[in-house]
Design a protein around this ligand. Structure first.
Ligand code: PDD
Length: 299
């Protein structure tokens, strides 16, 4: 294998390819309609963290929206491992995207579609250590996404626009809500799950209709083990004002303290004691899981 081939960052429909080879048709339904799913997995020291959980979520969603199964789980696992093997860096992310495939342009899927599946390796986004320590700023915005956000669809226009507003406001994320005023219901952030802490209790929106975040479920599991009381329920926008602490969770960000919401600090300077404790418990859980995860040999 040549050096360049060894470092391929793309896998498309069964092949590792260079960027110039990573091309899909303009008639692909992922391009035309966002008729596609995605998933983001993370590797640490060439060990892929909770790959099975990510693939379970992807395949469950694919079944729910009847995507043609061009590749079995084994082939997709090999693709992710192959991209990790080709990585110069031991840590990073792999994006998986699975579309309904290429065919005549009409909304109702025509018969005979095969699906398109690709994967791309990315470097981890850098969150400056000081920001991670002090907590990130977030803004709150109406959730204008479609209602089935438990399906990780690539139809991300509403999320793109919300994140653009956050960027323009100098914020890291936008926490979204449905409804108006203080009784509006918090859903999640554009690419992370949302938690707050009130009087030692961990509060997070119930997951029905929202993406069942894998980091979220790890945080809930470790919180349970730590004996921290948990409330998974409807969370109102007005509750943020009185929250002691708040944080986001996502595959790339792990447990990320929130410092300010719409410019106002939380009651406890970030990171608060519960957030810190959960961050440490998450790291221990990750260490235990990775200790039992095989390392992908470099290509
Ligand atoms: N986003 N909520 C939304 C809307 C998300 O897009 C994500 C993940 C999460 C967190 O899920 P998890 O803990 O399984 O990563 C919650 C991915 C990472 C992304 O958009 O890049």
């Amino acid at each position: 294998m040549s050096r360049a081939a060894k470092r391929e960052r793309f896998w498309l429909n069964g092949r590792f390819v260079s960027e110039s080879g990573a091309r899909v048709s303009v008639l692909d339904r992922g391009v035309l309609y966002g008729d596609a799913l995605y998933e983001v997995v993370r590797f640490y020291g060439r060990k892929i963290f909770l790959l099975d959980d990510h693939l379970d979520r992807l395949f469950d969603e694919a079944e729910a929206i009847a995507l043609p199964k061009r590749f079995e789980r084994k082939a997709i696992t090999r693709a992710v491992c192959g991209l990790v093997a080709r990585s110069e860096k031991p840590d990073g992310l792999v994006l998986l995207q699975w579309t309904r495939g290429e065919g005549p342009r009409r909304l109702a899927p025509p018969p005979g579609l095969r699906g398109t599946v690709f994967a791309i390796r990315f470097d981890l986004p850098t969150i400056p250590a000081a920001l991670r320590r002090r907590g990130v700023n977030v803004i709150t915005l109406p959730d204008e996404r479609w209602l089935s956000t438990h399906i990780k669809s690539t139809n991300l226009l509403a999320s793109v626009l919300a994140r653009k507003k956050a960027d323009e406001a100098g914020a890291y994320e936008a926490v979204l809500h449905r409804g108006r005023g203080p009784r509006a219901r918090i859903t999640e952030a554009t690419s992370s799950s949302f938690f707050l802490v009130k009087r030692g209790r961990l509060v997070t929106p119930a997951v029905r209709g929202l993406l069942p975040g894998i980091t979220r479920s790890v945080v809930l599991a470790v919180a349970r083990k730590e004996g921290i009381p948990i409330e998974e329920r409807t969370v109102r926008l007005g509750e943020i004002r009185n929250a002691d602490e708040a944080f986001l969770t996502a595959t790339s960000a792990e447990v990320l303290p929130i410092g300010r919401v719409n410019g106002a600090p939380l009651r406890h300077p970030a990171p608060g004691p519960v957030t810190k404790r959960l961050g440490r418990a998450f790291a221990r859980f990750r260490g235990r899981v990775l200790a039992g995860t095989p390392r992908v040999a470099p290509a």
